[in-house]
Write a protein that binds this ligand. Sequence first.
Ligand code: PMV
Length: 348
Amino acid sequence: MNSPVRERTERSSTATGPVRGVGRAHAKAILLGEHTVVHGTPAIAFPLPTLSVRAIARPGAPGGVLEIPEGHFGFVAGNPNAAENTLSGPRVAVEEALRRWGLTGQIAEVVMECDIPLARGLGSSAACAGAAVRAVADLHGRTVDAATLYELVQCGEQVAHGRASGIDASAVLADGPIRFHEGTATALDIGLDAALVIADTGVPGSTQHAVAGVRRTLDHDPRAARRVLSRAGELISGAAADLSTGNAPSLGQVMLDFQDLLAELGVSTPHIDTLVAAALDAGAYGAKLTGAGLGGCVLALTETGDARTVSAALRRAGAVQTWTVPTRGLRSSAQPPSAPTSEHGVNP
Ligand code: PMV
């Protein structure tokens, strides 16, 4: 069980300016275990601090009109008359926070500037929820411990995913790589000196749709489901050892084997397969989709010196943007956020 940590909030109200609260969170990438984590396997994920979301919260009024600057997103929380919008996950998270703080009836206007591409498997919905809750906490002078913040983000994620494992909520609030299992995150040792290249297919994927499709596939053939989930568990254990000992060729093979499982679960696409093949042709150790799939992003593991070549190959093969993350920059997180006890996991 992880003990809760006090989250620092940056209160930004001034004597002269209007009262407002600010909050931030960052993107994440899942190295291994997407989808199977919903069905009880562990998963491995790491934060992407260079892709972040910054939220500003202000008090709202009934009937007030939210002004959203171009290129930003926004929503109104706590106003039963506000129109439903695509940010329903973050809004649900903020409304749950207001309820827990005894502030039901308070209206909060939240505007966000987000570097994270939406619906690409990089955790934009969880990051927006995390930043929004932090901003509203700051607005009301509240401190939120890490376990509570995780729970609030999870409330939003259940709306966004249908049934969320909690890995996104944990990884977008974590400082370092995590192993996530049944609602509990633990910091992961990284002894690997390589690079991860993330390539955006440019195609938005629906997590809810993908998660529902995988559930149907698993329910349809329970024997195949047991085999896939057991193989996924083996691969993830092997990967944790490879990350710690720095065995990039072995980890690359694990990624390819996991990609085969994800394809069997029906969440790969021809575009994803093309990007995986392009990364391998350019010398990557391995590659796979990351996140829910059916679009979204591909993650490739390469030698640091080959990252530019792999990135260029991915763009030539149709990626609309790429990001490179050196694995040695992934430092361990002392206490990654997760549920206060494993009872809060959503494992069936
Ligand atoms: O929303 P995404 O694309 O980051 O995917 C989340 C990971 C899943 O395993 C597909 C869903 C979950 O809740 O774990």
